[in-house]
Design a protein. Structure first.
Length: 87
């Protein structure tokens, strides 16, 4: 753990930080490549009879990253959808 001295609005105190609280480093490592490969599935112009193509995105992700569990694949697709919708 790392401690640092801070002063905010006249308050002076010690704050303790952990170096890295993030988990699932394997997912974090593949996420940029997964987002890039899933871009076409979340393009508003690409719909299938007015429906989303999330199920096709899941299949594509499982083909590219077969070691992903179903839960991790769903998580990556959901996060990619959210990230690509905001950009």
């Amino acid at each position: 753990m790392r401690q640092t001295e801070t002063k905010v609005n006249g308050y002076s105190g010690r704050m303790t930080f952990t170096e890295d609280r993030r988990k699932q480093h394997e997912l974090r490592a593949i996420f940029p490549a997964a987002c890039e490969s899933l871009k076409p599935f979340f393009d508003p112009g690409n719909q299938w009879a007015g429906h989303s193509t999330d199920h096709l995105a899941l299949r594509e992700l499982k083909e590219q990253f077969p070691a992903l569990s179903p839960q991790d694949a769903f998580l990556v697709v959901a996060l990619a959808r959210r990230r690509l919708a905001s950009s």
